[in-house]
Write a new protein. Structure first.
Length: 243
């Protein structure tokens, strides 16, 4: 199955660390963060990968050129322009790469176990959204489901009605493209992939799948030390959960 890695953003929460580079190439144990994501994907069996770049795209291109695994890149800004923002944009930018097939979408600032990545290689007509329990669900998109089906996603609610949060890792069907065509800007002025997925959920086309191992979110400076400690302690892979 093809994989789209969304890596067009700057990563503003990283502060000065992303003044001259996207957060996806911030060094972790001597290698760019995206190295670990790509390595996990390849070890899980995903070999047809495209990285959707944007901000400081040359930094990611430079790394991938030396990585020597024939990974494709698409510059979102060149396809859609640099004035269109949102989590739905990488999918639109990669449409010609995806074609009329099922595919995987994953945020370029996430680290997920090889077992959980492989579990999303599902050849059926449903979309799948990944979720994991969190002690602070108000920090994330909260997943509301009925049985195995997704009902909606509440973005950073003050009073979460669930402790399940969205990990930004999906298996999607070509149905997503018709929803993207109808998509309007959110209250943040961006095009959100969760809005398109929620529309499909209303049609009973989206199932929720639990992450069994771990999900590391690489978004803030303090996450650098957290990820480094995690990667140097492989035993943690079996027990890690969100704080």
């Amino acid at each position: 199955m093809k994989v789209v890695i969304a890596a067009a953003g700057k990563g503003t929460r990283m502060g000065e660390l992303t003044k001259h580079q996207p957060k996806h190439v911030i060094p972790i144990l001597g290698k760019p963060f995206i190295y670990y994501l790509v390595s996990h994907l390849r070890e899980a069996g995903y070999l047809d990968i495209v990285v959707v770049t944007g901000y400081q795209s040359d930094k990611i291109d430079h790394f991938l050129a030396g990585y020597n695994h024939n990974i494709k890149t698409v510059n979102q800004f060149k396809v859609l322009g640099d004035k269109v923002y949102g989590t739905a944009c990488p999918v639109k930018a990669a449409k010609s790469f995806i074609g009329n097939e099922n595919f995987i979408l994953i945020n370029g600032d996430a680290l997920i176990s090889k077992r959980d990545l492989k579990a999303f290689d599902i050849d059926d007509d449903y979309c799948y959204l990944s979720s994991i329990e969190s002690q602070k669900p108000e920090k994330y998109g909260v997943v509301i489901s009925r049985g195995e089906y997704l009902e909606r996603i509440d973005e950073k609610p003050e009073r979460p009605s669930s402790n399940l949060v969205n990990c930004g890792f999906y298996k999607l069907t070509p149905d997503i493209f018709s929803e993207l065509e109808k998509l309007e800007k959110s209250s943040r002025g961006e095009y959100e992939i969760v809005d398109a997925i929620t529309s499909l959920a209303k049609q009973k086309k989206v199932k929720v799948k639990r992450i069994k191992d771990y999900w590391l979110d690489f978004g803030s400076p303090e996450d650098i030390d957290k990820v480094e400690r995690f990667l140097t302690n492989k035993a943690a892979e079996k027990v890690y959960r969100l704080p």
